[in-house]
Design a protein around this ligand. Structure first.
Ligand SMILES: Nc1ncnc2c1ncn2[C@@H]1O[C@H](COP(=O)(O)OP(=O)(O)OP(=O)(O)O)[C@@H](O)[C@H]1O
Length: 232
């Protein structure tokens, strides 16, 4: 098998650095990250607390700018886009699932999934939201508000919201961190299942080695650098 060409990479990050503050107070958070991830791959991002996992995710998802290096994600050259273009371009291409589900409390499950798609210009946003919620096992809860849902159900809504726009890439930051073991395992099954159905690339930040080995590849950060990169 030949190795995938770089143009097939959903993530192509080269020599990415992140320095916060300046002068004597400058802190180097990321110190030269090279990471290429092909379409459809699942990657676990491991590393001790403070090693830079969340910072790298923020840069690769376009929420934060790198100080140096180049970042191309889902065919977008982040360095060439201004803030507005980047925010627009990210919509629909990059999905994010966080530990604290971040659903809007005043919206139903259906609205939480559909409204971001509407904002991204998806014509059949509500129909797609219904289908996506059914796919995560919540077809009977579409009219419920987050406060009426369990933690596991809220994370299912968050997964439906992330996958609804059919993104190229999904980031998940400790997606099971707020859930008990059994619920967390069911959520991970679901996330992998939806990723496979969508043909999306998945990057999961986790402290859990058992979860990491379920991914195709395990990338370990240490002190702002990749210290290990191997097949799971
Ligand atoms: N806004 C900020 N200002 C200053 N330092 C920051 C800022 N954000 C992050 N850091 C520092 O950058 C380093 C990397 O943080 P980051 O959150 O990326 O690590 P992490 O590997 O995700 O950690 P954790 O597993 O604890 O979430 C830490 O030392 C953190 O204190």
């Amino acid at each position: 098998m030949h190795s995938p060409q770089l143009r097939d990479m959903v993530i192509d990050a080269r020599d990415v650095t992140l320095t916060l503050g300046s002068g004597d107070a400058a802190t180097q958070i990321l110190r030269g990250i090279d990471l290429a991830v092909p379409r459809g791959q699942s990657v676990a991002l491991l590393g001790p607390s403070g090693s830079g996992k969340s910072s790298l995710m923020a840069i690769l998802s376009g929420l934060e700018r790198a100080t140096g290096g180049s970042v191309a994600v889902a065919g977008l050259d982040f360095g060439a886009l201004d803030e507005d273009s980047l925010a627009r371009a990210r919509r629909g291409r990059i999905g994010i699932v966080l530990q604290a589900f971040h659903l809007l409390p005043t919206m139903t499950a259906r609205e939480n999934v559909a409204v971001p798609m509407e904002l991204a210009g998806v014509a059949d946003a509500f129909e797609r939201a219904d289908a996506e919620l059914a796919a995560v096992g919540l077809g009977h809860r579409i009219g419920h508000y987050p406060s009426q849902l369990s933690g596991g159900e809220q994370q299912r809504v968050a997964i439906a919201r992330a996958l609804g726009p059919r993104p190229d890439l999904v980031f998940a930051d400790e997606p099971t961190g707020n859930l008990d073991t059994a619920t967390g395992a069911a959520i991970m099954d679901l996330l992998f299942e939806r990723q496979a159905a969508a043909g999306a690339t998945l990057v999961i930040i986790t402290h859990d080695p058992a979860l990491a080995v379920r991914c195709d590849r395990v990338v370990t950060l240490g002190d702002g650098l990749i210290v290990e990169d191997r097949a799971a």
